[in-house]
Design a binder for this molecule. Sequence first.
Ligand code: NCD
Length: 305
Amino acid sequence: MKNRHLIDIKDFSKKEIDDLIKVANDIIDNRDKYSHKCDGKILATLFFEPSTRTRLSFESAMLRLGGKVLGFSEASSSSTAKGETLSDTIRVVGGYADIIAMRHPKEGAPTVAIKNSIVPIINAGDGGHNHPTQTLTDLLTISREKGRLDNLTIGLCGDLKFGRTVHSLITAMSRYKNITFILISPNELKLPDYMKEELEKNKIKYIETTNIEKYMNELDVLYMTRVQKERFFNEEDYLRLKDYYILTKDKLKTAQKNLIILHPLPRVTEIAKEVDDDKRAKYFEQAYNGVYIRMALILNLLEVK
Ligand code: NCD
């Protein structure tokens, strides 16, 4: 039997994503029903790059399904430090676990990994490229909070160049009807050209701006992101750009009553703490939702009924 993987959000059709969202919602309402679905199964989390939320939410997801977890949280504590190739690591771990979630600093690393894998692989972030399970989390949150995934104006603000969560979210949302993207970033951190070409090819509306307040009143969703320090070549540029946007109550003055504010977290300075009390701030709910959608994904990839 051929294993199924999730490397790019497009590996799952819109219908399959809708089904994952349905299962995640059912898990939220009926947690007990799922608590032994993965008895006897093991998830390996191979994190060659730091993470708190993603790794722990994967582990929590498997534990809540009754399964077990093993893995490492930095490359330096794995045999990579001895010079082992990714392919060898993946091949070996496939014998120790039933499913692997991996994060790697190199774009495309998971595509290499699946070639040698005897178990399903989930991309938990590859460099500045993709982060499909964050996108599943975002889609679950948007659909729960807004009641729809069509007809939305979505502002994405911050590091649109290196932000992998932004890239996967735009790819995913581009498949829904009547979506407009407002791309808010400093000139140096604009969305990559290859992604804009894709939007143009698919006739999807987008506007680029450096001004966070200009289109605030039109937004249904505001997706804030951190400037991705680890992807910068020199510190000076990072220091100059890191506080470019700071969302405050004042900047939300013209925003709609039913706007939702999301952030994949970790937050640095881009959302002021005072915004946390605003009813429209949904980033902590978003982080909680990550566990449930990952539970749904693990069930799907392991073909558990
Ligand atoms: C994001 C990531 O790792 O890309 N975090 C996450 O997975 N929740 C966003 C970020 O690190 O800024």
